[in-house]
Design a protein around this ligand. Structure first.
Ligand code: XMP
Length: 507
């Protein structure tokens, strides 16, 4: 396994992804990680990530230099390389020219780390660069602005690169990571099948004969977590699904079919549709809606979980990015785990321990795991769906009538998106119902009905998003079907705003 020390780079999760793509397991730890914890991990190599600090800043992050005495290869990336050079007595200086963007790498030494590489483009993002190399280190490559774009200390197997091999823009980046893993002699046996097997054993050991309760949201993460835990402990797991009536058409039914009937899991369905509707009656403010929906969910979930006698664990579908992001910057070794936004706090008297079997996985790995565990493409490729559901896609007051209208229109869009084969390509695609009526004409009759909006976006992480350039013919088909098939809508608009400055959801 590979240990990645996180010096705060925005790319550090990408480093982890690249390592895992080569079937090697890795973990990310803050620089404050103790030497004992590192030894316990038994890493075969260490990668020092980049970061925003300058090595000469007063509080620049540093990891215990004992890592260089463990007899294992180390690869420093950007700040990580500067830290290594500084530790061994070399010097770093502010570059005259800040280098940001593409650069051409001129390789001088085509061995070990750069074995089999061509001179090609790499991605730079740095203000500081290496001035003098410490004794034993040799430069391996340069670029027009950076004399030491890469260096190594061959006897010790220490390597440094000023550019970022983990980003797509570095053409030979994958090969560099692959070469480093070969130098570390890593066993390449990290697969989802092996992860599933080991995790199931772990869960069995941790839980023993006790009971686990888990809140199902209908999303990918909680479903995969539930199936995994169920494989380990069977009926000792009870899932709770609160039907708030704000899910897409047929979602609750599908979930019931797949998990209860096909997988024979023990699920308590709580029909809370009426309670949510009456709590939301007359409410139009988006944040108030969110609060009401969130609080009521917690209340109902807690009451239901409280009925499960002897529950000792709360299962959650927390993912690795949540774990990493919830650590304080350069914080201590004990990570604070953020609780999943779809599952609220439980009564303290229940004193449940967290069971988070996906906490070392990235989203795409969870999808592969889901498939490995026998879930369908439909289950594992779900687009993200917000906790407050359709509640924030009905602008203005939420009524049963409006909910039904939106569900029908949204189902038509979803059906057409899937038929067009673009469901997986779109980050999200859904319909928003506006509290605006417009005049239309149908046959010989005047109509005065609601307007809905189609929203479809491309995105990698929801932080930014671009409106999808859907074909006009496709939009025409959806619009015509919605207006003809859904009573209550006589006008369809298409949202052509990107995030920022708009957001993905309308509320
Ligand atoms: P925005 O609208 O802020 O959405 O661009 C970004 C992503 O977050 C989802 N979203 C939510 N998810 N509770 C959630 O669990 C919420 O209140 C919420 N609001 C937005 C949204 O669907 C998108 O994926």
């Amino acid at each position: 396994m590979i240990l990645i020390i996180d010096f705060g780079s925005q790319f550090n999760q990408l480093i982890a992804r690249r390592v895992r793509e080569h079937s090697v397991y890795c973990v990310i730890e803050p620089p404050s990680v103790s030497v004992e914890s590192i030894r316990a991990l038994k890493p075969e190599g260490i990668i020092l990530s980049g970061g925003p600090a300058s090595i000469y800043d007063e509080n620049s992050p540093r990891v215990n230099p004992a890592i260089f005495e463990m007899g294992i290869p180390v690869l420093g990336i950007c700040y990580g390389m500067q830290f290594m050079v500084d530790t061994f007595g070399g010097s770093v200086k502010k570059s005259e020219k800040r280098e940001y963007g593409f650069a051409t790498l001129n390789i001088r030494s085509r061995e070990d780390l750069f074995a089999g590489l061509e001179d090609s483009t790499c991605w730079m993002s740095h203000g500081d660069s290496i001035d003098t190399l410490p004794e034993g280190f040799v430069s391996m490559a340069d670029t027009a602005n950076t004399p030491v774009a890469a260096c190594h200390f061959p006897e010790k197997k220490f390597y440094g690169v000023q550019f970022h091999p983990e980003v797509e823009h570095t053409k030979e980046g994958r090969k560099i990571i692959d070469n480093f893993l070969s130098i570390c002699q890593c066993s390449r046996n990290w697969t989802m099948a092996s992860f599933a097997k080991e995790t199931i054993e772990d869960i069995k050991k941790t839980v023993g004969g006790q009971k686990v309760v888990l809140g199902l949201s209908g999303g990918v993460d909680s479903s995969v977590a539930a199936v995994l835990i169920h494989k380990a402990i069977g009926d000792q797991l009870t899932c709770i699904f609160v039907d708030n009536g704000l899910l897409r058409k047929n979602e609750a039914k599908t979930l019931e079919e797949v998990l209860t009937r096909n997988l024979q899991m023990n699920i308590r369905f709580v029909d809370a549709r009426e309670r949510f509707l009456s709590a939301l009656a007359g409410v139009t403010d988006p944040e108030t809606k969110r609060k009401i929906i969130g609080n009521l969910f917690i209340e109902i979930f807690d009451a239901e979980a409280g009925k499960i006698e002897g529950a000792a664990f709360l299962g959650q579908g927390t993912l690795y990015p949540d774990v990493i992001e919830s650590r304080s910057a350069f914080g201590g070794p004990s990570a604070v785990i953020k609780s999943h936004h779809n599952v609220g706090g439980l009564p303290e008297t229940m004193n449940l321990k967290l069971l988070e079997p996906l906490q070392y996985l990235f989203k795409d790995e969870v999808r592969i795991l889901g498939k490995e565990l026998g879930l369908s493409d439909e289950m594992v490729w779900r687009q993200p769906f917000p906790g407050p559901g359709l509640g924030i896609r009905i602008l203005g007051e939420i009524t049963e009538e409006r909910l039904n209208i939106l569900k029908e229109a949204d189902a038509i869009l979803l059906e057409e998106v899937k038929a067009e084969g673009i469901y997986k390509d779109l980050w999200q695609s859904f319909v928003v119902l506006l509290p605006v009526r417009t005049v239309g004409v149908m046959g010989d009759h005047r109509t005065y009905e609601f307007t809905c909006v189609i929203r479809a976006v491309n995105s990698k992480d929801a932080m930014t998003a671009d409106w999808a350039r859907l074909p006009h013919e496709f939009l025409a088909r959806v619009s015509s079907r919605i207006i003809n098939e859904v009573r209550g809508i006589n006008r369809v608009a298409y949202d052509i705003s990107s995030k920022p400055p708009a957001t993905i959801e309308w509320e």
